[in-house]
Ligand binder design. Structure first.
Ligand code: CU
Length: 146
């Protein structure tokens, strides 16, 4: 009787230890913070920013596509886009990259993060019509996992 009780106690404590270990492993894993596609609207222009292969990889070119649409939902073409990657709260520098318009309102480039973690992509979009207007500033976070 006593022996059986001790055995079940041992099984229970083993179960608890296993569960606690499992939970701590889950918590210590770098969690996915940002989805592959992020939409952002600045001054009526919406940027749909997508990393087709996601999470991003460090020290490799990662394709970033940006679809720009205006308030009417039409492609916003003729913008000159430039981008840069940086790590929030870290001093590992910025990595500039270029984007080209591959079809009306559809821009594409590739960015190379230097290390694992959460990066921020900043995109500057300068319209062709308003030469004196300041460029639109978009940004999104991205996860780099390997
Ligand atoms: Cu860093």
């Amino acid at each position: 009787m006593k022996k059986r009780k001790r055995l079940s106690m041992a099984i229970w404590s083993l179960l608890i230890v296993c569960t606690a270990t499992f939970i701590s492993i889950q918590l210590s894993r770098p969690s996915m913070q940002t989805p592959p596609t992020v939409n952002q609207t600045v001054d009526g222009i919406t940027a749909k920013m997508t990393f087709p292969a996601y999470p991003a990889k460090r020290l490799q070119p990662n394709v970033l596509t940006i679809e720009l649409v205006d308030e009417a939902g039409s492609p916003a073409s003729g913008y000159t886009l430039s981008g840069s990657l940086s790590m929030p709260d870290m001093a590992c520098g910025t990595v500039p990259f270029t984007l080209q318009e591959v079809s009306p309102g559809h821009y594409e480039g590739s960015a190379m993060p230097l290390m694992l973690g959460v990066w921020e992509a900043s995109i500057s979009a300068k319209g062709s019509a308003a030469a004196t207007a300041p460029p639109l500033s978009f940004s999104r976070r991205l996860d780099v996992d390997s």
